[in-house]
Design a protein around this ligand. Structure first.
Ligand code: SF4
Length: 287
């Protein structure tokens, strides 16, 4: 029987990120969320796991950099200060340079043996600037919305299952309707996945703001193209998600034994996996 640190049980909740990892590779899920807390006879030293968790996939970093810059600009808006495109572009370029100057050595892919080329940095800089321009171009349409919340972790419960969400921007229209906005900085071609994420946001907002589903709108804004995709949910759809989340959470917690988390290796996933170095089933050559 595996003994886990009590802290694990304090922070153990369902989130959309966990859902994605769980469905991508359960072994990766084990390393990310369980292995750091194993107290007796660990498969991999928890210290080592915690160290590997410091690396971040280059694709995740790209999205985070853009989100961070946008979030700072939204903070200015929320404080009734002027947003500044030139400052945002400048801050973004500086952040990309910091990664470039060290050759991307904090990227998971680098740690897993991939050389990070200059063209990667040029591409993320160009893409990031397009995203920021799009964001600034669209923002006048948001100025009628009151600023309620942005990029904060929030928690709610479905039965006894804790759920963690983080909405990019929660605005309130003059008629009282809430609009939950998520900025997408890359391609997103998985329809179901996105709907699940947005539905979880609505479930949180219903409880947090004491609103009904028809008083809450959600939208994805694709910053590469400027397209906006609205989502509306009926109570019935939300009920399905309310049932699905505890079911999936139960499966995630049915066992904490390493052997119950099968690996699903693929070259693409393993190259971006923080735990490739310690995973015996990795599909790429180890360093
Ligand atoms: S290295 Fe590959 S198989 Fe192993 S945990 Fe990571 S994604 Fe899964």
């Amino acid at each position: 029987m595996v003994e886990l640190d009590t802290f694990f049980f304090k922070i153990n909740s369902w989130s959309f990120t966990k859902h994605r990892v769980w469905n991508r590779c359960q072994r990766q899920y084990y390393f990310e969320y369980i292995a750091p807390y194993v107290k007796s006879a660990p498969i991999v030293n928890p210290e080592k796991i915690r160290w590997l968790k410091n690396f971040t996939s280059k694709f995740v970093v790209e999205g985070q950099l853009i989100h961070d810059i946008i979030d700072k600009q939204i903070q200015l808006y929320c404080e009734n200060k002027l947003m500044d495109l030139a400052e945002a572009m400048n801050a973004f370029s500086k952040k990309v340079s910091l990664y470039k100057n060290v050759g991307g050595e904090t990227f998971t892919e680098y740690h897993n043996g991939e050389k990070i080329t200059d063209s990667f940095f040029s591409a993320i800089e160009a893409n990031g600037k397009v995203c920021l321009k799009t964001f600034f171009g669209k923002w006048p349409g948001y100025q009628s919305r009151g600023c309620l919340r942005h990029e904060e972790f929030d928690h709610f419960s479905i039965g006894d299952v804790g759920v963690t969400v983080k909405v990019d921007f929660v605005g309130k229209q003059p008629d009282g309707t809430l609009v939950l906005t998520d900025w997408k900085t890359g391609r997103d071609d998985d329809e179901y996945e996105t709907e699940l994420q947005m539905a979880a946001y609505v479930l949180w907002a219903k409880e947090y703001y004491r609103k009904s589903a028809d008083e809450i709108r959600t939208e994805l804004v694709f910053l590469k193209t400027g397209a906006t995709k609205p989502y509306a949910f009926f109570e019935e759809q939300l009920r399905d998600v309310q049932e699905m989340i505890p079911r999936e959470f139960a499966a995630m917690n049915a066992s904490y034994e390493y052997g119950d988390f099968p690996a699903r290796p693929s070259q693409r996933e393993c190259l971006s996996c923080k735990f490739a170095e310690v995973c015996p089933d990795v599909a790429i050559g180890k360093k």
